[in-house]
Design a binder for this molecule. Structure first.
Ligand code: GDP
Ligand code: MG
Length: 763
């Protein structure tokens, strides 16, 4: 074998153009398989310019840390298979982030050649990169390319071949004194027997306490203790943990290097879009502007009705449709008509108090929802939402989260299912799992009637309550993200997120209206299918039951005084925990019997009554069902024909408010708010849980996600209800103490240091 086959590894960040370049370099000489033992795609191919050279496409990675499958696969290949050269593709439009990987690659002791990709974009933007200087500082050859257009691609391949034959890359970057001191010690006691050019990488990894490397070197306990002392000394001196020190110093090094090398096109040529962005994405103003924008969105869609001096057209229309659909005309009107036709009473009940009450309750909120979706579509279409993703990335990254999670969140404001599916765009498995777990915290369209009901019926159309629902969702995601990031399973670098910000433009009304209608229509369709069917079931469960040993329609059985004796009423009153004169037939319904024991779970949250319990549980079928269920449970005809028909109309939601006040000891608003929080954050509907299961592709992770959501929802509602009563009166000392303990634990998990902190202190 006079002519040894050369092997070159193609390494780079996700989306840096690796696949494009790989295809250009290998043409049709590719073979695809899986990396040994894992399902990460392994692509290899022979170079077009030299068939003797095999190019291996490594998984896209941001770092050589051991936290993702992709990183482990890539670095195992580099360390164990030791290719003859690394062709490092670098996205020139994102130098800082891409060079983070480059600095690590140059430490491996393998010759590195950089293919500086996307140069067409850099040139188009008029930016300038001093490539010669960059090459000198990094210590490796750089070839400017555009993988997409094919420019420089062949030259890059030739440079890589040359490096594989004769090249040598010496890492140019040195860390700060205390780190280098520790590294020298570590090299000496652990890896002096390895080839010299590979020692540095091992030493750095040992310094970072990289478990996989520690394991692979099979060090004695004595040596481990020795190097631990060196690491501790550096940590103490620099007041940070070892891994963060390395991360920080790399970023600082890159930041300083780029200062003189990367020149953005001169100022003074800002487009209108850029000018708007200077304000809208301003570091300080961005978030307040976003809050104001969302407040306006909710004020217009779900705030105080224009009829009551507010600005909300949505609420104005919903008030009207609620009267019509949820009240007099539909429920009572249909009842009157059907009774006039001598239809059997149970059928009247089924149609009027079941289907019409349930479906009508949901459809009543359609106007609010259409206005809300119209606003969100407008913001999306004009380009504002893309800015929000950008702003969120900045905030998320500060907490070690990826801004990529924002896209699924955005999608989830329509429906959680595509939201969960949108998490596929997150390459990093850990971040993806986290996003799948937290995305459904966003208020989806189906949760909107719950918000509308609570904000409307209990808070008189408060914009703050409606807006808070949105930000509670966002906060739940951030809080969960931060807390989870600090656990071992989720720790690690956030996957940086890049998106091109489209220039602002006037909304295309066609798109906006189509988007609004699509979301609204799917909601209406569900009301006509899922909700009709489950309303029938719920009606049955609320209308039938066993009264004093007799099964039948509870309303009828309660008319019979031989069945419902005084002693029996006392028994029911005792079971339901209400005064005897408040016992109602529905208390004996199947639903009440089933939900009553479960309501214990919600007692500490302020809504431990069977009705909200039943609503919450049926919400798992579909979140609209929460409101539909209230519609059915409170739609009973209790005016014995004495009151006017129309008056009864508005009463359904008033009854809900009254009832919340009754079972919460006069704290109806607080209990309703806790109820809203729980229903917003707890497990989503079954369909969304199915999506979570598909995307997690693991029963264990699915259970984790759903368990986490329910626990988080419970704890949040608990804290709100218990602390709220300190101010509202009627506090419970034990509850308060528990709430404070939970709050303290939560804050502790939130503010304790990261396992591997992400202090991106560049700039
Ligand atoms: P990978 O994730 O690293 O495999 O990246 P891809 O090869 O899939 O490329 C990501 C995106 O960047 C695709 O939309 C490519 O068309 C685009 N792209 C790749 N190289 C270039 C380039 O040189 N110039 C431009 N403008 N786009 C590129
Ligand atoms: Mg690819």
């Amino acid at each position: 074998m006079e002519n040894k086959q050369l092997r070159i590894a193609l390494a780079g960040n996700p989306n840096s153009g690796k696949t494009t370049l790989f295809n250009k370099l290998t043409g049709s000489n590719q073979f695809v398989g899986n990396w040994p033992g894992v399902t990460v795609e392994k692509k290899e191919g022979k170079l077009i310019v030299d068939k003797e050279v095999v190019l291996t496409d490594l998984p896209g990675i941001y770092s050589l840390s051991p936290y993702t499958l992709e990183e482990v696969v890539a670095r195992n290949y580099l360390i164990e298979e030791k290719p003859d050269a690394i062709l490092n593709i670098v996205d020139a439009t994102n130098l800082e982030r891409n060079l983070y990987l480059t600095t690590q690659l140059t430490e491996l002791g393998i010759p590195v050649v950089i293919a500086l990709n996307m140069m067409d974009l850099v040139k188009k933007a008029g930016d300038n990169i001093n490539v010669k200087e960059l090459s000198r500082q990094l210590g490796c050859p750089i070839v400017e390319i555009s993988a997409l257009k094919g420019d420089g691609v062949k030259e890059a391949a030739l440079a890589a071949i040359e490096a594989a034959k004769n090249g040598k890359t010496i890492p140019q970057h040195s860390f700060s004194g205390p780190v280098e001191h520790a590294l020298a010690h570590i090299e000496e006691v652990t890896v002096h027997n390895l080839p010299e050019e590979r020692q540095r990488w091992y030493a750095i990894k040992l310094f970072e306490r990289d478990e996989k490397v520690v394991e692979s070197l099979a060090l004695s306990d004595e040596i481990k203790a020795h190097i631990e002392k060196d690491i501790r000394a550096a940590e103490k001196e620099l007041d940070d943990d070892a891994e963060s020190i390395i991360t920080n110093e790399r970023y600082i090094y890159i930041g300083q290097m780029l200062k003189g090398i990367y020149k953005k096109k001169g100022k003074g040529q800002l487009s209108a879009s850029d000018k708007i962005d200077r304000i809208v994405t301003n570091r300080i103003l961005a978030l307040p502007i976003f809050v104001v924008v969302m407040f306006l969105v909710y004020a217009l869609s779900m705030g105080t009705s224009i009829a009551d001096g507010g600005v909300s057209i949505g609420t104005f229309l919903t008030d009207w449709t609620n009267d019509v659909l949820g009240g007099a005309w539909l429920t009572d009107g249909s009842r009157a008509i059907l009774e006039g036709w001598n239809v059997a009473p149970w059928l009247v009940g089924l149609i009027s108090d079941g289907i019409f009450a349930g479906v009508g309750a949901v459809l009543g909120f359609v106007p609010q929802m259409l206005v809300l979706f119209l606003m969100l579509c407008l913001l999306e279409d004009c380009g504002y939402m893309a800015r929000i993703a950008f702003i969120m990335d900045r905030i998320f990254r500060r907490f070690g989260l990826s801004g990529k999670s924002f896209i699924p969140m955005l999608v989830a404001t329509g429906c959680g299912i595509p939201g969960v599916m949108a998490s596929r765009t997150i390459e990093n498995e850990r971040d993806r799992r986290m996003t799948i777990t937290t995305t459904t915290f966003m208020p989806c369209g189906a949760k909107m009637p719950i918000i509308g009901l609570i904000a409307g019926a209990l808070f008189g159309g408060s914009t703050w309550v409606a807006t808070s629902a949105y930000f509670i969702g966002v906060a739940a995601i951030i809080i969960s993200g931060v807390m989870l990031k600090k656990t071992k399973r989720f720790a690690g670098d956030p996957a940086p997120f890049v998106m091109e910000l489209p220039a602002y433009h006037l909304p295309a009304w066609g798109n906006v209206l189509r988007g609004t209608w699509e979301r609204g229509w799917s909601f209406i369709k569900r009301a006509g299918t899922v909700i009709v069917i489950s309303s029938i079931v719920i009606w049955f469960l609320t209308s039938f039951g066993s009264v004093n040993g007799k099964f039948g329609m509870v309303d009828d059985l309660y008319e019979d005084e031989t069945v419902v004796t005084d002693e029996y009423v006392a028994v029911v009153a005792d079971r339901m925990g209400v005064p005897e004169d408040e016992v109602e037939p529905m208390d004996d319904s199947i639903l009440a019997r089933v939900a009553q024991p479960v309501s214990v779970v919600f007692k500490p949250l302020g809504f431990g009554d069977w009705k909200p319990t039943a609503a919450t549980v049926t919400g798992l079928v579909a979140k609209e069902e929460v409101v539909a269920n209230f519609g059915i449970m409170y739609a009973y005809d209790d005016n014995d024909g004495e009151e006017e028909l129309e008056e009864n109309g508005d009463q359904i939601w008033d009854r809900v408010a009254e009832d919340f006040n009754a079972f919460s000891g006069g704290h109806g608003k607080l209990a309703a708010f806790a109820f809203m929080i729980f229903n917003l954050l707890c497990a989503p509907c079954f369909a969304a849980m199915g999506a979570i299961k598909r995307e997690m592709n693991s029963a264990r992770w699915t259970l984790f996600a759903i368990g986490y959501q329910c626990c988080f929802a419970w704890v949040m509602a608990f804290i709100v209800w218990q602390l709220g009563r300190v101010f509202a009166g009627g506090m419970n000392v034990v509850g308060l103490i528990l709430a404070l303990v939970m709050l303290a634990l939560l804050l502790w998990q939130l503010f304790k240091p990261y396992k591997e902190a992400q202090k991106l202190t560049v700039k």
